[in-house]
Ligand binder design. Structure first.
Ligand code: ADP
Ligand code: UDP
Length: 241
């Protein structure tokens, strides 16, 4: 197993280290929680453990369905080895129902069902508050080529085809979520995380929020909600290798 090397970067949710293999990064998941571009700060106990677990299980599920992810090996409950990607600074948001910024921007009620899936691009830049962009911005600014953006959209829809029915099978509505991709040997590979921090997850029956909106909106019981997601996913995927 590669050894942990030099500390490289501390983000809002994770710390990144090099390893003795130049193609491999070491990721450490923190309990720190932030919202509104870092303006609201807090801690959700055990969040790092829960997000590492959820991401690794979902990434294995995606790999089983032919979608390449950066996942290499879960080291322990907070640490994971991943393929080092040349990250594309464009986030892609996948929406199955109206919520959050879409509800605000278009004056729609949260929870409204959509006739199809909506994909949106955002420029990953904390100082600017991750502004929404389109393909022209990304291409002209040199953040990604047309082909890369198309590949990201295709992969996002493929991922949704796997995750939407999976979450449904554990009694959860996958309302919306954010994906990050990077380049590796000419391929576009899924990186970062998919967790209650980066998704909106609603209980199918009660519509209770099981995600970071509990923190953003001061609803309380964040740890319990994240744990419920872990419990349901593990119930289905614990044996997945
Ligand atoms: P942020 O930087 O948004 O505060 P994190 O604290 O989660 O977020 O930090 C993780 C950082 O690592 C992000 O900048 C993300 O783009 C980057 N990253 C995620 N996966 C990979 C990967 N496989 N290779 C290189 N960088 C990655
Ligand atoms: N999201 C994320 N990181 C971001 C922005 C959004 O993980 O930097 C996720 C967010 O958790 C939600 C989805 O993407 O599941 C859509 O977020 P939205 O545009 O509604 O923004 P918000 O109102 O959450 O800021």
């Amino acid at each position: 197993m590669p050894k942990r090397g030099e500390f490289l970067y501390e983000g809002k949710a994770k710390k990144i280290y090099a390893t003795d293999d130049p193609g491999v990064l070491w990721m450490y998941y923190k309990d720190d929680a932030t919202a509104f571009d870092g303006a609201k700060k807090g801690v959700i106990p055990h969040k790092g453990i829960m997000n590492n677990r959820v991401t690794n299980l979902l990434f294995r599920l995606l790999e089983k369905n032919g979608i390449e992810t950066h996942l290499l090996e879960e080291i322990d409950e907070r640490n994971v080895l991943v393929k080092k990607l040349d990250m594309i600074p464009v986030e892609i948001v996948v929406r199955n129902r109206v919520a959050g910024s879409l509800a605000k921007r278009l004056g729609l009620e949260e929870g409204t069902e959509l006739k199809g899936t909506i994909l949106e691009f955002y420029y990953k830049n904390d100082e600017l508050g991750d502004p929404m962009i389109n393909e022209y911005h990304a291409e002209v600014m040199g953040w990604a080529t047309r082909e890369e953006l198309k590949a990201m959209q295709e992969k996002a829809l493929e991922i949704n085809e796997v995750l939407l029915p999976f979450f449904d099978s554990i009694g959860i509505i996958l309302v919306d979520y954010k994906l990050e991709f990077g380049r590796l040997d000419g391929r576009i590979v899924l990186g970062d995380e998919i967790s209650p921090d980066t998704c909106r997850l609603w209980d199918k029956v009660s519509l209770e929020k099981l995600d970071k909106d509990r923190f953003r909106r001061d609803l309380g019981k964040e740890e319990e909600a994240y744990m419920e997601v872990v419990r349901r996913i593990e119930g289905k995927l614990a044996g997945l290798r």
